[in-house]
Design a protein around this ligand. Structure first.
Ligand code: IPE
Ligand code: MG
Length: 226
């Protein structure tokens, strides 16, 4: 979800206003993904690199996340009706305690919902995720639960944050940037990319539909020949 800051700047507003609208758009797009039958969607909310932003902006983003989680009760009804399961991916232990608690509650409350999984990546980094998986597997090898030479790609897929999810199919990158920015590196190995110049606060359900329709036209060969 990129371009919140530029969106605000274009309007002479503080960056936080962009983040605020961005959070509303996130909800709308998440619901729409569920409505059109997408089984799993992941949103990049805050990266391990975003801590480098001015402290005030980081605090404001955390506040937004806190408020969003606090109003989870209203949201809970919507999630239940739609069947959206909420999951957090990232190094959650570095977040303020109350946010960790709220996030855990939200995960618990939506655990049984089975129409769509919504992953919210917070303090997430793709390299960090792979590093953690490597450590976990190394420990298992040390305990002789696994043989290092017999490790498979599937072992890594199971050791990362998203063990129960399939690989990513479609990666949508808004705001005109043409880079992956450390997002779901392992999972996106064969993802189809879709770029858009739209700043995230202006992103619409129609644009999502366009991306999905475009994706449906692509010939995916996964390295094979047609
Ligand atoms: C994305 O918008 C939100 C977060 C990374 C939290 P940006 O804040 O990166 O917006 P730009 O890139 O400055 O426009
Ligand atoms: Mg940005």
């Amino acid at each position: 979800m990129d371009g919140n800051g530029r969106w605000a700047k274009e309007r002479g507003l503080p960056r936080t206003e962009g983040h605020k609208i961005g959070a509303e758009v996130f909800e709308k797009i998440c619901d729409h993904c569920c409505d059109i039958g997408i089984p799993c969607v992941s949103f990049y909310a805050f990266s391990t690199e975003n801590w480098a932003r001015p402290q005030e902006e980081v605090a404001q983003i955390m506040d937004l996340l806190r408020h969003w989680l606090q109003k989870a009760e209203e949201r809970q009804e919507e999630n239940r009706r739609r069947g959206i399961r909420l999951r957090f991916i990232g190094e959650m232990s570095k977040l303020p305690d109350d946010i960790q608690q709220l996030a855990q509650d939200a995960q618990k409350k939506t655990k049984a919902h089975s129409n769509m999984i919504c992953n919210l990546a917070v303090n997430y980094g793709g390299r960090q995720e792979i590093l953690q998986a490597a450590k976990r597997l190394a420990l298992q090898c040390q305990r002789r639960e696994k043989d290092p030479m017999s490790l498979t790609e599937e072992d890594i897929s199971k050791a990362i944050y998203t063990p129960e999810f399939p690989d990513m199919d479609l990666l949508i990158r808004p705001s005109g940037e043409l880079r992956i920015s450390n997002f779901l590196l392992w999972q996106s190995a064969y993802a189809e990319f879709w770029y858009s110049n739209t700043l995230w606060p202006d992103f619409t359900t129609q644009e999502l539909d366009k991306a999905v329709a475009d994706f449906a036209q692509r010939g995916r060969r996964f390295g094979g020949a047609q």
